[in-house]
Design a protein around this ligand. Structure first.
Ligand SMILES: NC(=O)c1ccc[n+]([C@@H]2O[C@H](COP(=O)([O-])OP(=O)(O)OC[C@H]3O[C@@H](n4cnc5c(N)ncnc54)[C@H](O)[C@@H]3O)[C@@H](O)[C@H]2O)c1
Length: 299
């Protein structure tokens, strides 16, 4: 394995299991020092009795790498500050934040509870904002102090469920589409400090997805989290300085760029809604369709 991230210091949130664990292990294999963040949660966000983050740190140390556990809740403002501070105090700097922690509370809109909505927004959206905000302020100060841009990296975790749209997940999908938008906007704001911000929509066989349908052994291999992490580790490296504000898709047999919203057909404005009606139909017919979960036009 190449030492692409030699000496870089990376935080990975939700790194005790699944996709985050794989990011942490590959970063360490590529030479990064890793802060393995996780509260040790069940899929719905409730706490487990033991935090498997310690096992990931043990695995990294066993292969000669450097890693430390952080058990803070990323959706907490103070917890995220402690997380960023811990990376800097432990390893003397911070280069990369990978916001990966996530939970599910799936429900059709007609039955979704306020708590199911709030919990998902809290972990995904605030859990992306809070660590990013503390790290961004650190990098801005560093850039001002040194008079040079940094090589800071934020890599957020979106989902095809949000950017393409999946039934039964208005809460999760809205949060994940929000994370894609957050990444594009933060990329524009932080470019001046040398910080890149990108997002990943992974497809991986983890406890979050293993019960969605029957998987053949070939499916499981093709969806192994190991196929998702290489693009993330590349984005974490110094070599990706020119790539920012993009959303990538990885897993299940491919790595791809997800193309964003753009303006379709247009007409001059009309004051009368009824007169505008035929043009609305014409514009919709002339514009690209929304895509399905495979990323291609719906029929
Ligand atoms: N597996 C997929 O196919 C898939 C698809 C699209 C998006 N995602 C996203 O990828 C990310 C990882 O998913 P996964 O499949 O590995 O799930 P997972 O359940 O295996 O891992 C999520 C981890 O996040 C941790 N976590 C939850 N809340 C936390 C909090 N408040 N603070 C810190 N840690 C917390 C959990 O303890 C867990 O270890 C999630 O953001 C998920 O939404 C996954």
């Amino acid at each position: 394995m190449s030492r692409l991230c030699e000496g870089r210091v990376a935080i990975v949130t939700g790194a005790a299991q699944g996709v985050g664990r794989e990011h942490a292990l590959l970063l360490a294999k590529c030479g990064a020092k890793v802060v393995v963040n996780d509260i040790g949660a069940e899929i719905d966000g409730t706490k487990m009795s033991d935090n498997p983050a310690y096992g990931v740190v043990d695995e990294i140390k066993a292969m000669g790498g450097e890693a430390v556990v952080n058990g803070d809740d990323v959706s907490s403002w103070e917890g995220s500050k402690r997380l960023v501070d811990q990376a800097i105090s432990e390893y003397g700097k911070l280069d990369v934040v990978i916001n990966n922690a996530g939970i599910l509370r799936d429900r059709m809109l007609t039955n979704m509870t306020e708590d199911e909505w709030d919990a998902v927004m809290q972990v995904h959206l605030k859990g992306t904002f809070a660590p990013s905000r503390h790290a961004a302020a650190h990098w801005r100060q560093l850039s001002k102090d040194t008079g040079k841009p940094t090589t800071g990296r934020i890599i957020n975790t979106s989902s095809t469920s949000g950017i393409y749209g999946n039934v039964g997940q208005t809460n999760y999908g809205a949060a994940k589409a929000g994370i894609a938008a957050f990444s594009i906007i933060a990329a524009r704001e932080l470019r001046r400090y040398g910080v890149t911000v990108n997002a990943l929509a992974p497809t991986a066989h983890t406890r979050m997805t293993e019960n969605l349908r029957e998987y053949t052994p070939e499916d499981v291999e093709q969806r192994a989290p190991k196929w998702v992490s290489p693009v993330v580790v590349y984005l974490a490296s110094e070599k990706s300085q020119d790539i920012t504000g993009r959303v990538f898709q990885a897993g299940a047999g491919m790595v791809a760029v997800c193309e964003g919203w753009r303006r379709g057909a247009q007409v001059d404005p009309l004051e009368d809604p009824e007169a505008l009606g035929p043009f609305v139909h014409e514009m919709v017919a002339a514009s690209k369709k929304n895509v399905g979960m495979d990323g291609f036009d719906l029929d």
